[in-house]
Design a protein around this ligand. Structure first.
Ligand code: CTP
Length: 424
């Protein structure tokens, strides 16, 4: 973002308010104008002088300040993005219901700017059905929910509920502002290089990304070299085209993980092939497009050893027995849903295009995905790179496109084909 933004940072009553100081500081140092609105309970954790010093602006607290300018309306209208961090369970409930009994609530209602919410609460409160439903309501309204992370909470407990780190919140705020900066009538997605129509608006797109990990014992697992870059590129491309995107993320390298986190897209984290299969089963029914970009283990250890396997007990040779996992893509295409497009992938160790096409043709005959994206992989190609080169086959086995370029460009080229196949 090259122009300074007007950012409203709403701080509500959670101990994580101390981390929001860094959010405000990072935004100010990046040249943005930050107005902090603190609730009464927020001020019990971090006081007004700190917010005023860090934001270099007077603190806004009450709807009854500066009444002549209708303060909340002015703050809301001027904002390019509104960030609420930490957002308590109570604040999330009030946002979901549209309650405006303080300056933050009225400002949110008076604003058309994107809203980014960073929840922080104890795991029990985050998992409570009321909070789950409220968060779903906000997501459905287009609110970006950042985190929460899993980890040490206040006190001795550990679990999901920790507010995300300041850099993730700042990245999500800037990404939301940048998405919203595209004029509504421009009919293009963000970034000239990726200019595409919003032709997936109103569609749900489910993307699997990354590589699964199959545990052998508490310290070891079987994994693969997938970085998750191509899957995350699909998710970002679909979101930029207006889709309502859910990502089922197996292990991702740090770059795609950070890009996904900053995007604020709804993400379900999984570890094993079985976790991924269960998540796809839950989510795919609602999707118009399913992109199976994850590298899913075909085999998993037959038995998980609760205790670390000791080499002395094995001697010079150890055999690991593996059993087949569920073929998620195979199951999806065996039970087609009218109007749903399923995109499968094939990563093959071949050296020429003809061999790649032959293997892909055999694969799509066995697993008739609507589109099969096949690419060559090897020690120095495919995994972890920023570019990709692939052939796209239809269920008939016909090659319908040769695509190459950045992983984002490959994703957009494949989505172009998926959009053509979607019923209006
Ligand atoms: N896939 C899946 N479930 C699995 C394994 C793979 O859904 N248990 C999906 C991947 O997400 C990818 C495609 O299937 O979209 C690639 O499958 P792959 O394992 O390469 O193909 P197979 O048909 O299993 O053939 P082979 O292993 O012999 O190459």
């Amino acid at each position: 973002m090259d122009r300074p933004l007007n950012v409203v940072v709403g701080v509500t009553g959670g101990i994580a308010a101390y981390k929001t100081i860094q959010v405000v500081r990072d935004l100010v140092l990046a040249g943005h104008r930050v107005k902090v609105i603190a609730t009464d309970s927020a001020l019990r954790f971090v006081g007004a002088p700190t917010w005023e010093a860090i934001s270099r602006q007077p603190l806004s607290m009450s709807i009854f300040e500066d009444v002549a300018t209708v303060h909340h309306v002015a703050l809301g209208q001027e904002a390019d993005v509104v960030v609420i961090a930490p957002a308590t369970a109570n604040t999330i409930a009030k946002l979901a219901a549209g309650i405006a009994d303080d300056l933050l609530g009225t400002t949110v209602l008076a604003s058309r700017a994107p809203l980014v919410v960073a929840p922080a609460m104890h795991t029990e409160m985050w998992n409570h059905p009321a909070t789950v439903a409220n968060v779903e309501t906000l997501r459905a309204r287009g609110v970006t929910i950042v985190g929460p992370d899993s980890g040490q909470l206040t006190g001795t407990d550990v679990g999901p509920g920790r507010m995300s780190e300041p850099d993730a919140i700042v990245a999500a705020a800037l990404a939301a502002a940048s998405r919203a900066a595209v004029p509504a009538d421009a009919n293009v997605s963000v970034g000239a290089a990726h200019a595409r129509p919003r032709d997936l608006a109103g569609y749900r797109v489910l993307v699997t990304a990354g590589g699964t990990r199959e545990p052998i014992d508490p310290v070891r697992y079987l994994a693969n070299r997938s970085s998750g870059k191509q899957g995350v590129a699909f998710a970002l491309a679909a979101a930029a085209r207006g889709a309502d995107v859910t990502v089922i993320a197996a292990h991702l390298d740090s770059d795609p993980a950070a890009a996904l986190e900053a995007s604020g897209l709804h993400t379900i984290e999984v570890v094993t092939a079985a976790d991924l299969a269960a998540a796809v089963e839950r989510e795919a029914a609602e999707a118009s497009v399913v992109v199976m970009a994850a590298a899913v283990a075909d085999f998993t250890p037959a038995k998980f050893s609760e205790r670390k396997i000791k080499k002395r007990a094995q001697g010079e040779r150890m055999e690991l027995v593996l059993v087949r996992t569920r073929d998620v893509l195979g199951d999806l295409v065996a039970h087609p849903v009218p109007g749903r497009i399923v995109v499968g992938f094939a990563a093959e160790t071949v050296t020429d295009r003809d061999e790649l096409v032959a293997i892909a043709r055999e694969k799509v005959a066995r697993k008739p995905a609507d589109l099969l994206v096949a690419n060559a992989v090897g020690a120095d190609r495919g995994f972890g790179t920023d570019d990709n080169e692939a052939v796209v086959l239809a269920a008939s086995g016909d090659v319908i496109a040769d695509v190459s370029g950045s992983k984002r460009a490959v994703a957009d080229a494949v989505l172009d084909r998926a959009v053509e196949m979607l019923a209006p």
